[in-house]
Design a binder for this molecule. Structure first.
Ligand code: HEM
Length: 484
């Protein structure tokens, strides 16, 4: 009898908790997207049929003309989607003190590399971000540019070789090998030799999918990040620690040369695990984002031959003027810059800009209250494909990013690198890598849609935008055409 009474009380308590949770937005009189699942919230279709960016865009499209914000559930976390660009700007910049962190899981002890800048909080985050800025000075960017150029020459030889063997080339494979070489060279100062040896490339595959969790474990980790960390949950695949062992060897032999982030970490007297995490921030963040940028760029060039020719003409003019592919040359091609922005608009790697509300927030202008603990998100695809912001949004058109067109738009209408103090510190480095690679590739090849090319390009329904399977393109070698 006693047991029955206790069980009944527990059942009532759980029911009440679940009811309060499901009615979270209703009780606060906030417009909301109904959710059908206690555990997955509005993300039930994630990784089964829909990508996160599609789910969020659908919610944005449904409410953007009616409200300035809308409640929903990101797994079990009450989340608020901001639909108004002025409000988004306030939250990301002026009201940063209320929204200084992202709701990210990390487990410093068992999975030390997860404690990276992206996930850290407070003073620890600020210190590591300042350190990172020292690795991204204009002087260092020039060094990274020439490093990228060296690796591009190997990429070109590899594509030529593959093109001789088959009608079309698996561009994704070539780009992943190139990026493996490049990020290993930049982060660890060693030659991964990924065009001849698969070892590093296979290990680097972790960068494409930094979480091994899916389904309910992912929902639990996303909803209760701090508890998950205390329970020792590991999100990362173990391959990542292959690189740590290499770093350990490098540090033991002190066998590193110039401008090294490894050296910088040592100067700062960081413990080994922290130094490794800092170095791998370069590795991990630079790998999949830039790889996918190059793959999507080559695909768009293949399906838009007119734009490809126009870009090649601009590159040719710059090469005639500068005589070599260096930092000054790649920064002096405005149409290349526009092209890159348009790729980044249509193929943003991240699905959302997210911030966790760290103290109760009130914004009287918008009649808005946000409780501590709520996840605030700005949906990138919703805004990047909003026809009121980017007319005819599914047409690839680099002219949208001419200086005159940019001035006409809201400052928060381009979100690929985020906004405010928590925005991406690697944007300049990634642009250098992207532009240098495109100049080399377009100088050497013409890309076209081949029989094996899948149009539209296949994507996986994941948390971020990723290609599904191989990406084949026809490649014509350009002989002498761009001699200068
Ligand atoms: C095309 C390339 C890249 C894209 C699209 C990209 C995108 C992003 C986005 C959307 C964020 C979150 C911004 C926010 O919440 O406001 C971010 C953060 C970050 N990115 Fe990048 N990124 C790229 C390349 C890189 C590279 C090359 C590095 C490293 C060198 C890097 C390092 C970081 C770090 C450390 C953060 C966390 C910043 C913080 O929390 O304060 N990213 N990136």
């Amino acid at each position: 009898m006693m047991l029955f009474a206790i069980l009944s009380i527990i059942a009532c308590f759980c029911f009440l908790k679940a009811w309060k949770h499901l009615n979270y937005w209703k009780l606060r009189n906030v417009p909301f997207e109904p959710s059908s699942s206690l555990i997955f919230g509005n993300l039930q279709e994630l990784e089964k049929t829909k990508a996160l960016y599609t789910i969020l865009k659908d919610i944005y499209d449904k409410y953007k003309r009616i409200h300035k914000f809308v409640g929903f559930f990101s797994f079990m976390t009450p989340s608020m989607m901001i639909l108004d660009l002025d409000l988004a700007k306030e939250i990301l910049t002026k009201d940063f003190d209320y929204f200084p962190n992202k709701l990210k899981f990390y487990n410093k002890n068992e999975d030390p590399l997860s404690a990276n800048i992206m996930n850290l909080r407070g003073e620890e985050w600020a210190m590591k971000k300042r350190m990172m800025a020292q690795e991204l000075t204009p002087h260092k960017l020039k060094i990274y540019c020439s490093r990228t150029s060296q690796e591009c020459l190997k990429l070109i030889d590899y594509i030529k070789l593959k093109g001789e063997q088959k009608n079309s080339v698996n561009i994704k494979d070539a780009v992943l090998r190139f990026m493996t070489n490049l990020v290993t060279a930049i982060a660890l100062e060693i030659d991964a030799d990924a065009f001849n040896d698969d070892l590093f490339k296979e290990k680097a595959s972790f960068c494409q999918n930094s979480s091994t969790l899916t389904g309910i474990p992912m929902a639990i980790v996303e909803s209760f990040p701090r508890l998950s960390a205390k329970l020792g949950t590991k999100m990362r695949p173990q391959q990542i620690y292959f690189y740590v062992s290499i770093l350990e060897k490098i540090l033991k032999t002190m066998n590193f040369k110039h401008s090294s982030s490894v050296r910088n970490c040592l100067k700062m007297k960081l413990p080994f695990k922290e130094a490794a995490t800092q170095v791998f921030t370069f590795y991990e963040n630079g790998f999949s984002t830039v790889s996918h940028f190059i793959i999507f760029s080559l695909y768009e060039l293949a399906i838009n031959p007119r734009i490809q020719e126009k870009l090649r003409t601009h590159i040719k003019d710059a090469l005639v003027k500068h005589k070599e592919i260096d930092y000054e040359c790649i920064m002096d091609i405005p149409y290349l810059n526009q092209f890159c922005y348009e790729i980044l608009r249509m193929y943003s790697n991240a699905s959302q800009i997210s911030r966790i509300c760290e103290k109760d927030y009130e914004n009287k202008k918008y009649n808005l209250k946000i409780d501590k603990g709520v996840l605030v998100i700005i949906p990138i695809d919703g805004i990047h494909f909003d026809p009121d912001i980017y007319p005819d949004p599914y047409t690839f058109n680099p002219d949208r990013f001419s200086q005159e067109e940019i001035k006409k738009r809201h400052p928060v209408s381009f979100l690929t690198f985020g906004v405010g103090k928590r925005s991406c510190p690697g944007d300049s480095l990634s642009k250098i890598k992207q532009k240098t690679a495109l100049v080399h590739l377009l100088r050497s090849f013409r890309f076209y849609v081949a029989e094996e090319t899948s149009v539209p390009i296949k994507l996986v329904p994941a948390m971020s935008r990723r290609t599904d399977g191989d990406v084949f393109l026809g490649v014509e070698v350009l002989h002498d055409e761009m001699e200068f």
